[in-house]
Design a protein. Structure first.
Length: 54
């Protein structure tokens, strides 16, 4: 595992305790978490586009 993209494999292994907690949530909750995260990213990007660099 991780032979093709060793850096990605290492990141997953280093964060495994957080990844496992995420997958403990029901699929609907996981979708809400990552959808909300994407909405926050979009909001911050739009804010930066409107205000220029801070």
């Amino acid at each position: 595992m991780g032979k093709r993209y060793p850096a990605v494999g290492q990141i997953w292994r280093n964060a495994w305790e957080h990844v496992v907690r995420f997958f403990a949530f029901a699929p609907g909750i996981r979708k809400m978490i990552y959808t909300t995260d994407e909405m926050n990213k979009r909001f911050l990007q739009d804010r930066d586009d409107d205000c220029g660099p801070l």
